[in-house]
Design a protein around this ligand. Structure first.
Ligand SMILES: Cc1cc2nc3c(=O)[nH]c(=O)nc-3n(C[C@H](O)[C@H](O)[C@H](O)COP(=O)(O)O)c2cc1C
Length: 299
């Protein structure tokens, strides 16, 4: 056995076909006396060499590997798997709509845990996998989170209401507060009022659960990683019959005020990039979303 950087090659199994040389993004392999050898550095731990080796001659040791044992289903992922029909895949993408009306009742924790496992099948920059997930499984905890978000917007609105402050910041080249005042101040005032009265949850739309997707320090592409994982969650939720809605207002509060994440025990060095409200939808849509034509440049 030849071992290096978590990659183990069994020379008795290797027949020198060279597939590992071609798939390795780091070009870390070469043929040595007709057998694969790890002559370069393996930093990604992407496992492509082991997954592609037709003779199962390579093992990549993954620290703390996820089991991918799902509670609700068993995906067929072996070489015998059928490709997902494109029509089904695109239908899933097209029928997903943001859900803002939920039925009563919790989402089982096992389903939320499955969504996190599905999330981490996403790619990540340099395979860093430096993400983290916070599951909020009950409406009670959603309200706790919501109160912290509302407190943040109460503070922000108090600042934004000061015309002199908006003007001063604008003179200093900082337009954000003035932009916020014009775009959101009035509707946030209304939302806060109905939150205070407990009449209408315009933040989470009454969702009984949420998953927060964050990055941990050191990720090369933290935002992209989190959003790839988030898209997995919303599509998988749709397939499970759950409604979902990204809540940008909550992300903004988490980004700007540590106290908001602290109520959920999120360490200050983690950055939340997506808050995905989840629950059983109370309304079904008769047709998919209309979209404006996107500008496409062919060069
Ligand atoms: C990054 C992001 C942030 C969003 N934030 C909110 C939000 O705070 N509240 C909300 O009700 N919807 C939010 N949405 C949902 C969008 O309004 C919705 O995706 C858009 O109107 C298109 O509708 P559809 O998702 O049904 O296709 C957000 C969506 C994205 C992608």
């Amino acid at each position: 056995m030849v071992a290096s950087a978590g990659v183990i090659i069994d020379p008795d199994r290797c027949d020198g076909c060279g597939v590992c040389l071609r798939v390795c993004p780091a070009r870390a392999f070469s043929l040595v006396a007709g057998r694969a050898g790890l002559t370069g550095e393996c930093r990604l731990g992407c496992d492509h060499c082991a997954a592609a080796c037709p003779r199962a001659a390579i093992t990549v040791e993954i620290p703390e590997p996820e089991s991918f044992a799902f509670a609700g289903f068993e995906p067929s992922v072996g070489p015998e798997r059928r490709p997902v029909a494109l029509a089904d895949l695109v239908a899933l993408m097209r029928v997903r709509r943001s859900c803002r009306v939920y039925r009563d009742g919790e989402v089982p924790l096992s389903q939320l845990a499955d969504l996190v496992r599905i999330a981490i099948t996403a790619p990540s920059g340099t395979n860093s996998q430096l993400w983290s997930f916070t599951i909020i499984p009950t409406r009670e905890k959603m309200l706790l989170f919501g109160r912290a978000v509302a407190a943040f917007y109460e503070r922000l609105n108090r600042l934004a209401a000061k015309a002199w402050l908006r003007k001063l910041l604008k003179i200093c080249g900082r337009r954000e507060l003035d932009d916020y005042y014009r775009e959101y101040y009035a509707s946030v005032c209304e939302g806060l009022e109905s939150w205070r009265q407990g009449s209408d949850d315009r933040l989470f739309h009454g969702a009984p659960a949420a998953i927060l997707v964050a990055s941990r320090p050191g990720a090369s592409c933290p935002v992209e990683d989190a959003l790839m994982a988030s898209q997995n969650i919303v599509l998988a939720a749709e397939s499970m019959g759950l409604g979902s809605c990204l809540i940008g207002f909550a992300v903004e509060a988490l980004r700007r005020d540590r106290r908001v994440g602290a109520v959920l025990g999120i360490p200050s060095q983690e950055k939340v990039h997506a808050v995905i409200a989840l629950g059983r939808p109370a309304v079904s849509f008769r047709r998919p979303a209309a979209r404006r034509r996107a500008p496409v440049r062919i060069v």
